[in-house]
Design a protein around this ligand. Structure first.
Ligand code: GDP
Length: 218
């Protein structure tokens, strides 16, 4: 897969430092511990590209991974030429960790809200939600920030291995129903999609890969 070409590109802590690249980006957002890092690592076929942070919620950084140009750099850590980059994967800081201080929460809110609402290069959002408890308050916040852009959101219901077949089907149906309930002023729906996902049991990995490739226009 093209996603296997992912290389660390840069870390950003303020919007003014976002890279001046003009390729499409897809951003991964989710509550801390929802399985975001594991999903990114599985999709890029790399063990430690996205770090599962030891202190959840403390990484308030946006990490950029490049796609493309990897055929030029022979080794995983060789730099990729910027003009060879075809797309970016963007790992947003996990949210919702209880012990994060008020000021860190505000920083998160400003950084993520501004990024998803204003970043032109952002083609779509991958919203990572634990299949056992989707739509936490902050997931809904992300949806509501992003919906007005009219861009697609693809939800991954992670840890689907923890549910039986029946529960999987129910959660999938319920989630699509909630996503379909979002409408604009004219009553039009949004391009919101959802699938089951498990890094552990490799459920939906190929489906997610294909969707991301499609959303990036690769
Ligand atoms: P993040 O905070 O969203 O980046 O979450 P992590 O990727 O660090 O995962 C949080 C915890 O969930 C870790 O203990 C993972 O081992 C576990 N986890 C991640 N994906 C899966 C999965 O597909 N199935 C199960 N059962 N556990 C998972």
């Amino acid at each position: 897969s093209k996603l296997w070409q992912a290389r660390f590109f840069t870390t950003v802590n303020h919007l003014r430092d976002l890279p001046d690249t003009h390729v499409p980006e897809i951003a991964f957002a989710g509550r801390s511990n929802a399985g975001k890092s594991t999903a990114i690592n599985i999709l890029t076929n790399q063990n430690r590209l996205a770090f599962a942070s030891k202190t959840p919620g403390r990484t308030q950084h946006i990490n950029y991974f490049s796609i493309g140009g990897a055929h030029v750099a022979q080794h995983r850590h060789d730099p990729v030429r910027v003009d060879e980059i075809e797309a970016m994967l963007v790992d947003l800081p996990g949210y919702g960790y209880a012990e994060v201080s008020g000021s860190a929460k505000l920083h998160w809110q400003k950084l993520l809200g501004d990024y998803v609402q204003r970043r032109e290069q952002l083609a779509a959002l991958v919203l990572i939600m634990d299949s056992r408890r989707p739509f936490t308050d902050l997931d809904v916040q992300m949806l509501e920030w992003f919906a007005p852009t009219g861009k697609p959101i693809h939800c991954l219901l992670t840890k689907a291995d923890k549910l039986n077949r029946n529960e999987q089907a129910n959660t999938l149906r319920q989630t699509q129903k909630i996503l379909d309930s979002y409408v604009d002023e004219e009553g039009e729906g949004f391009p919101f999609t959802v699938q089951l996902f498990s890094s552990l049991k490799r459920i939906g990995v190929e489906q997610a890969n294909d969707k991301i490739i499609e959303l990036l226009g690769l």
